[in-house]
Ligand binder design. Sequence first.
Ligand SMILES: *[C@@H]1O[C@H](CO)[C@@H](O)[C@H](O)[C@H]1NC(C)=O
Ligand SMILES: *[C@@H]1O[C@H](CO)[C@@H](O)[C@H](O)[C@H]1NC(C)=O
Length: 484
Amino acid sequence: MAWGACIAALLLLLLLAAAGGNNGGVHCLEQGSRGRSRRALQGRHHLRSRAVGGATVLELRHHSFSSAAPSKSSREEDAAALLSSDAARVASLQRRIHNYKLIGSSSSNDAAASKAQVPVTSGAKLRTLNYVATVGLGGGEATVIVDTASELTWVQCAPCESCHDQQDPLFDPTSSPSYAPVPCNSSPCDALPGGTSAAACGGAACSYTLSYRDGSYSRGVLARDKLSLAGEAVDGFVFGCGTSNQGAPFGGTSGLMGLGRSQLSLVSQTMDQFGGVFSYCLPLKDSSGSSGSLVLGDDSSVYKNSTPIAYASMVSSSDNPLQSGPFYFLNLTGIAVGGQDVLGGSSAAGNGNKVIVDSGTVITSLAPSVYNAVKAEFVSQLAEYPPAPGFSILDTCFNMTGLREVQVPGVKLVFDGGVEVEVDPSGVLYFVSSDASQVCLAMAALGSEDETSIIGNYQQKNLRVIFDTQASQVGFAQETCGYI
Ligand SMILES: *[C@@H]1O[C@H](CO)[C@@H](O)[C@H](O)[C@H]1NC(C)=O
Ligand SMILES: *[C@@H]1O[C@H](CO)[C@@H](O)[C@H](O)[C@H]1NC(C)=O
């Protein structure tokens, strides 16, 4: 019943948006916890894929692996784990961005490269922070986490020295005639930060180590095999064959798909097929069974966007493009809260603020000055609601117990060139507790002004986000996600 009201309210909101008065949203406060018992079923769900015209469409879902024993942790504990792991990822990304700047500015790559191992994600204890898709590899299938900040795709490989549980059968090199290890004196090995250095190479295979902030990791050898994306074959695809893998975030998956802007990423390796373009639509988490899509290729006829696509130019992390690593940087020039421009062109972001668009970070993290401006406007517009204590990295919280609907100020991100991106109403607030006694602005402040802001996936829901590595631009349009 309340859902009906909420849907009606959202429809009204859409009408208002269409009429140009898009300054706020109505958020439903009936976010139940009815999904838990369905997790096991979702785990067995087979992700779909298909080829259409010039594009390949892979179904995207929340990574909702549940281990054999059902979790007894409360919603709050889940949320605390999610947010602290998210903070760890943000910290880890800062370190990597910094390392890439060192690589770019150093005449000798070796020193920087040897310490630039490739931490891909945080040590998440919670398994829901990322999105997964299924690809074919060798003769089998692999369900992998989709990460735009990673340069390498890897899967768990037999014989496992140490592997986490996964739903698909383990990749076994011996049963794939098209499998071949990559030697260490080769360009793929050289392209991998943290790959075996030529000096350490005993003529053997190129080894890799991806290390994570909490001590989890994937280790193994670089290899080639046939990758299949909805029937589209990519021969000799370079990936990490991980025989030693540890880390709760990966539980249930076969590994990770690296969609970064770098030489070994899936985007670069499929340049001939897909022209260096991919896009996604990240579904809402709480509607059970919801799915979105990862589209490889630039055939926009498969998108279901409801607004025109607006493209923002990518920028480098510094004057030297080599220093950007795999990351997708945009120039954030403004943020509006409830139609109010909170930056006014004067503060840091008013003059442009380099931000990363990331599929693997949940909560958007902003430079403290920018965050404080957003927070101040948000607090003033929600002044009628009693404040609630902060929660983890979220410090702008309200007690909305007993309310069935709340007018939520709309949040709009503005990128250089006047590209405006309206955040979906579901991406503005984070519900810590199911009784709505702690509802927080779903954004956080970085530790310092020098760090790099990150647009997280919570704020990218129900958007078509298009990464065009050839034209160096990222496009945005509103879209109600589904497997299209
Ligand atoms: C970011 O945008 C601002 C405002 O248009 C501009 O002054 C600045 O040069 C841009 N920065 C980059 C790196 O493009
Ligand atoms: C939230 O408000 C309700 C009633 O308005 C109150 O009973 C409850 O203690 C408050 N909770 C918090 C965490 O402030």
